[in-house]
Design a binder for this molecule. Structure first.
Ligand SMILES: [Zn+2]
Length: 206
């Protein structure tokens, strides 16, 4: 089970360093030209520190505890698919949110995972400083490490606030990324079945 640990790509420590974040946020507010002692901002550094602890919790999840009670040996070998998994992440270039949905599918090879765990795997990688391409690949690699399936497909659709709020505003610029492994990569009909099931076949506008 060591490869699950490796695939989770965790950081050390028990959480973010809240006092350091508080001090840094205070510095940031001062650099904005703000009065850090005014009513509305007084507790902002503390709130922001607590917020990052929550938004970056994906670095410190125990992946074994997360999935162990939900792995089942089965003979089922049809595609399993969980679509429209809502996610919230932070882009590592601007530390602004990117949000959207993930679609995860796999073809089991003797082992399945309880369906409720798949959104937890998406969260494991979303709650970090991320780029969407890497998050997509990490979800697929974790599924491979945990289940050793015949194949895995992951498609992520994200709206990036750093693109929407800055410069040329493109409020509806959706970014789509995908990772296909094993049978999803080799076998065109498997990949097509997945894309059709998530409404991303040739007829769907990407
Ligand atoms: Zn960004």
């Amino acid at each position: 089970m060591h490869n699950i640990e490796a695939a989770a790509e965790l950081l050390n420590g028990i959480g973010v360093a809240r006092p350091e974040i508080e001090a840094a946020v205070r510095q940031l507010l001062l650099a904005f030209g703000e009065d850090v002692d005014r009513d509305g901002l007084e507790r902002t550094p503390e709130r922001v520190a607590r917020m990052y602890d929550e938004l970056l919790a994906g670095y410190r999840v125990d992946p074994h505890a997360m999935i162990n009670d939900a792995l089942f040996e089965v003979t089922y070998d049809e595609m399993v698919i969980v679509r429209d998994i809502e996610f919230y992440s932070l882009c590592e270039h601007h530390m602004l949110p990117f949000i959207g949905s993930a679609h995860v599918a796999y073809t089991p090879a003797g082992r399945v995972l309880g369906l409720s765990k798949i959104p937890r795997i998406v969260d494991l990688f979303a709650r970090r400083l991320q780029v969407q391409e890497r998050m997509t690949r990490q979800i697929a690699e974790f599924m491979e490490a945990a289940l050793h399936p015949h194949g895995v497909g992951v498609v992520v659709e994200g709206l990036h606030l750093c693109a929407m709020m800055r410069g040329v505003k493109k409020a509806n610029a959706r970014m789509v990324t995908s990772t296909m492994c094993g049978s999803f990569k080799i076998n065109q009909s498997t990949r097509q079945e997945f894309l059709d099931l998530i409404g991303r076949g040739p007829a769907a506008a990407i």
